[in-house]
Design a protein around this ligand. Sequence first.
Ligand SMILES: [Zn+2]
Length: 118
Amino acid sequence: MEEKERERFRTILTELRRRLTTDFEKIRDASSEEWGADLPDINDEATRTMNRRLLLSIGARSFDVIQKIDIALDRISEGDYGVCQECGEDIPVSRLELLPYAELCVECQERIEREKQS
Ligand SMILES: [Zn+2]
């Protein structure tokens, strides 16, 4: 991948990371308020538990993506960004546009998902 292209993806990834970090912190703050709140009755407790679960699952997902973005940013610095971690082929730019933190090409991704299912 060319230097200019790499820098473009660095900008995209940095911006995405900033947005997700903000979201993640909001969720974390919201869920810690939930944790600390008094639970006056059982119905309320059920609602809170549901909200808490939802918040935690959204939070976990953002956190997961943030980690992938960090790995991708490291790869940009090391110059091996956009290379499939399985087969070593270049990941098409069209795929990276959709998923800038992709670690695998479509073929490897699909193969691994098939293997997971079986
Ligand atoms: Zn591959």
